[in-house]
Design a protein around this ligand. Structure first.
Ligand code: NDP
Length: 472
């Protein structure tokens, strides 16, 4: 089988440019505007508080987001009352968390992928990422599916056979674990910042804006690594957060069983739909190397802290909510939520697959039974090497420029709808995803425009809408 690099070389006919040719910069910003800086300062200050507020409101206020505020504003409670009732960091939580992260590091570093040897169609083992702005092509050990399977087999073996610990262990230590996740999130982001200054993996792929807060948040190094294989982005993006996602949901389901003697259909729906999403992520981990997180974002607090804290705590709010409010949906509603979730997933997967197929085959494929249409484009890396690429205008990519995000949003809405309408807390996810993905559209398009210039303009003229044809 041809390596990714060979395919890439076939796809992107590479030419050295003449000395005079102007050099286009792409990747994250070199200069910081005041709006970006203000947003970053806001997030650095408030994102940890937002996570705390959500988790605390479930712990102390049955997941009501308004009651804590009302109590504080009416003077019924003081901040210190809420804080004093908050569970503190415990040795037990520190032990669980350290073991968890260490176990994921071992699975990542010490067990080369064997899944690709027996799972037809699965791409694992050593794979190559996209070309970085400095022209580097990194190799990655893709073994996330294997890590997920081993972790979950052990989880079920413990739950049904060994009984070393309760399957509710995550829920029961949820706030103490939050402190541990924060410690790791801050430690890894700070280490990444120091590493960027003192011993970067690839100095040419570092970006310094001169603004401490921006660099801390958005990262300096593009692909920080320890040794040849410990890649910060791949490890922290996928594990421990995304492997934990399904375990956290299972722990919530176990807690429902313990508290109410049954697991509701809404909890099953959340577990199944989010389980599909997580499995899809690991099944397509090699494809993930071509997504924005790996291809374009530098590694800073945004990814480091976000993957350790924001993702496991806020992406799992529906399951947490259902522990406090065990919603049993009527059959029609349950089927409706399931269908919406599956349709969203279908659009998400097919759209991503179409782009992947198109890029892998350099357009020599069939999309919806026809040869795909595309716009030829070119870009340049920092060393002045010129590359050629293609932007597809067929399939879902002809409907809207980010139809994969639309599918993702439909799936997100389904998770929230499973929780009924009694509280707004479980709807945080779809609101957040809408903001994240809309911002991503704008960020990505800004980057694509810097990368492709007038070719990107031709593309946006051919596919005028971003998320919803005719609307946005
Ligand atoms: P995309 O997979 O859409 O990648 C965007 C890149 O694809 C562009 O930068 C460009 O890169 C290339 N591209 C854009 N248009 C075309 C085209 N018409 N033909 C060929 N290539 C094109 O975005 P993401 O990486 O953000 O997202 C990947 C998936 O992950 C999405 O489905 C998203 O919903 C999901 N996601 C989920 C998140 C979550 O938290 N749950 C967070 C973020 C993403 P190039 O420079 O190569 O041309």
């Amino acid at each position: 089988m041809a390596t990714h690099q060979e395919k890439k070389l076939a796809q992107e006919r590479k030419h050295k440019t003449t000395q005079n040719e102007s050099q286009v910069q792409w990747g994250r910003a070199w200069e910081v505007d005041w709006f970006s800086l203000a947003s970053i300062l806001f997030l650095l200050m408030f994102a940890p508080l937002i996570v705390y507020y959500f988790i605390m409101s479930c712990d102390q206020y049955q997941c009501s987001l308004t009651d804590p505020l009302i109590d504080l504003l009416t003077g019924k409670k003081h901040l210190s009352d809420i804080w004093n009732k908050t569970p503190t960091l415990t040795y037990r939580a520190a032990g669980i968390y350290s073991l968890w992260v260490a176990f994921q590091v071992i699975l990542y570093m010490c067990i080369p992928d064997f899944c690709h040897k027996f799972l037809p169609g699965y791409v694992g083992g050593v794979q190559e990422g996209a070309v970085t702005p400095a022209g580097v092509v990194n190799k990655y050990e893709i073994n996330g599916l294997q890590a997920w399977i081993i972790t979950h087999v052990l989880w079920f073996a413990n739950a049904y056979y060994f009984h070393f610990f309760s399957p509710t262990i995550i829920f029961d230590n949820w706030i103490p674990l939050l402190w541990c996740a924060n410690i790791l999130g801050y430690a890894v982001s700070t280490f990444a910042m120091i590493k960027g200054y003192c011993f970067p993996t690839n100095a040419k792929d570092c970006k310094f804006t001169g603004n401490f807060f921006y660099d801390y948040m958005m990262g300096i190094e593009f692909n920080p690594r320890i040794g040849r294989w410990f890649d910060f982005k791949l490890f922290f993006n996928g594990r421990p957060g995304i492997v934990a996602w399904t375990l956290i949901n299972l722990s919530y389901a176990a807690k429902q069983q313990e508290l109410y003697g049954q697991v509701t259909n809404s909890m099953i729906l959340v577990n199944v739909l989010q389980g599909i999403y997580v499995l899809d992520f690991f099944w397509n981990e090699a494809w993930y190397l071509k997504t924005i997180d790996i291809c374009h974002d530098h590694f800073g607090w945004y990814l480091g802290w976000g993957d350790c804290v924001w993702l496991p705590y806020l992406y799992t709010l529906q399951g947490l909510y259902l522990v406090y409010h065990p919603v049993q949906l009527g059959t029609a509603n349950a089927v409706g939520v399931l269908l919406l979730g599956l349709i969203g997933y279908y659009i998400f997967r097919v759209t991503n697959h179409q782009k992947d197929l198109f890029r892998r085959t350099n357009g020599n494929c069939r999309i919806w039974g026809k040869k795909p249409q595309y716009i030829e484009c070119s870009y340049m890396s920092v060393d002045g090497t010129k590359y050629y690429s293609k932007l597809m205008t067929s399939g879902f990519w002809g409907w809207a420029r980010h139809f994969n995000y639309t599918g993702d949003l439909l799936g997100s809405l389904a998770y929230c709808l499973a929780c009924g309408f009694a509280h707004i807390l479980p709807y945080f996810y779809v609101v957040y995803m809408t903001v994240l993905l809309t911002h991503r559209c704008i960020r990505d398009e800004h980057r694509c425009f810097s990368k492709y210039g007038k070719d990107w303009k031709h593309y946006t003229a051919a596919v005028p809408y971003r998320l919803l044809p005719g609307v946005f």
